[in-house]
Design a protein around this ligand. Structure first.
Ligand code: SF4
Length: 469
């Protein structure tokens, strides 16, 4: 299908007054439908049936491995993790993971792995010999590739690595590193139980650069206890000095009834909504001034970054790690709580280490929930992901691809979107919907207009989603 020629996306315009007026809870659209809609009617048998039908598939594959362990608790954390010093659990995990890789690898033998991501928890909780063992298992059960274009990434907690670990990761085939930074201010670090000096991170960054990793990302969080505009400005100044290729700037959502470790945070020490907005404003402008481009939905990149090029070439996609280049359509998740996106299905492993392990020791896939993507889901996913990634939608292309009349099919979505157009967030013509520079800050809200499940949901509550501010 011929893609209409589109003008390049407008520069992001930072307008926090606008952000404040659109502050509602909503998904980040790392998938559509979103993971809260998975249920137990989807079983491992559904996955196995699909895998049997797909056994001759040779298309590239993406792998995600969840390493659930952490040495210490960070109070703000909302991840699926096990805080422990009990190394026997690591042995159990690695043995079970080898079983899962054996089961899954047999189902996807012909497919080259173009993307691999180790996330957690803390992947570098594993000792060097354990990381080597894990990667040996991956290489034994899947077709790893050594092509320059592969994207093999790992999340690093700077407090857990030695210089030798960085050399080892390079040797194991990783070419991208993501560092959990959050904030450099000692007072903030003390109040979230995560102390790491900027100097130690700087040394690590030098080491990573010395080993010629292709890309370095930083994760930051705003809205943490004791944060102020001034303190976070200092953090950002140090971050800019270290010049990571990508920056993910996440919003801390305080939900102590859901995440028990957050009860250790004194609510009185959290910045007010106005301060959070001021922090976001200052930081956003500072990063744009420093030359970063705002890709959308929390992500900033240096000019010329592969994500920016991927947008230009219509190859940008969203998956459970955020934005990525479209190197593979299917994603297989390994380890407790991991999610797979395979064909027209989503499936999730048991979150609990023991339950996940028990299924594998009986020779079963540890899938406990998921869903089949309907034709309507596929249409809406295409619209949402195209807007989130390309910032514009070619309406005749969608009509032709899905055999619909766009105006009548999306009548209520377009009614909502017209209000956004009056605020200058989108431009709507007979043939295109384009996100403006102002709208790039509110991509989530724009995408939400096309989310069928939100149209039917009780919008008085936030549900499982975080707010913009
Ligand atoms: S934030 Fe990361 S390192 Fe800290 S407890 Fe959560 S998963 Fe572990």
């Amino acid at each position: 299908m011929v893609q209409a020629i589109q003008s390049p996306p407008a520069e992001a315009e930072w307008d926090t007054t606008l952000i404040r007026s659109y502050d509602v809870a909503g998904p980040r659209y790392t998938s559509y439908p979103t993971a809260n809609l998975f249920d137990e009617s989807f079983t491992a048998n559904d996955y196995l049936q699909l895998a049997a039908a797909e056994r001759f598939n040779i298309a590239p594959l993406s792998l995600y491995v969840h390493v659930p362990f952490c040495r210490n608790i960070c109070y703000y954390c909302a991840c699926n993790k096990i805080v422990t010093r009990n190394r026997a659990l690591v042995r159990q995990y690695l043995d079970s993971l080898a079983r899962e890789m054996d089961l899954r690898g047999r189902l996807h033998t012909r497919r080259p792995v173009t993307q691999l991501h180790l996330g957690g928890g803390t992947p570098t909780y594993l000792k060097e010999a354990e990381l080597t063992e894990l990667m040996h298992q991956v290489a034994s059960n899947f077709r790893l590739c050594d092509h320059e274009s592969r994207e093999y990434s790992i999340e690093i907690d700077p407090r857990t690595v030695k210089d030798t670990t960085i050399a080892l990761l390079k040797g194991l085939g990783f070419n991208r590193i993501s560092l959990g930074i959050q904030d450099f201010d000692p007072l903030v670090q003390g109040s979230i139980n995560r102390t790491q000096s900027p100097e130690s991170v700087e040394n690590l960054v030098h080491k990573i650069r010395d080993h010629n990793f292709k890309s370095l990302s930083f994760d930051l969080i705003y809205g943490l206890p004791q944060q102020s505009v001034r303190s976070f400005q200092q953090t950002i100044a140090r971050v800019i000095d270290m010049s990571p290729d990508r920056i993910a700037l996440y919003n801390y959502a305080h939900l102590p009834t859901v995440f028990t470790s957050q009860r250790a945070i004194d609510r009185q020490t959290l910045p007010s909504a106005d301060t959070k907005l001021a922090i976001l404003d200052t930081v956003g402008r500072r990063l744009l001034d420093a030359g970063y481009d705002y890709i959308g939905m929390d992500h900033f990149v240096r000019p010329g970054d592969e994500l920016e090029l991927a947008r230009h070439n219509h190859k940008l996609q969203r998956n459970f790690q955020g934005y990525s280049t479209s190197l593979a359509a299917d994603l297989i998740g390994l380890g407790p709580s991991s999610i797979s996106q395979f064909g027209d299905t989503f499936s999730q492993n048991a979150k609990d280490l023991q339950r996940w392990s028990a299924a594998l020791s009986k020779g079963h896939l540890p899938i406990v929930r998921g869903l089949h993507v309907s034709n309507e889901d596929k249409l809406r996913r295409h619209v949402i992901m195209t807007l989130a990634c390309q910032l514009s939608l070619d309406i005749p292309e969608v009509e032709q691809r899905f055999g619909i009349n766009f105006a009548s099919h999306f009548e209520s979505s377009l009614t909502q979107l017209k209000a956004f157009a009056r605020d200058g967030l989108v431009e709507i013509t007979q043939t295109t919907i384009s996100v403006t520079g102002r709208g790039r800050l509110l991509l989530r809200n724009i995408c939400m207009c096309f989310d069928q499940y939100l149209l039917n949901a009780d919008r008085k509550s936030d549900g499982p989603f975080s707010r913009t501010i």
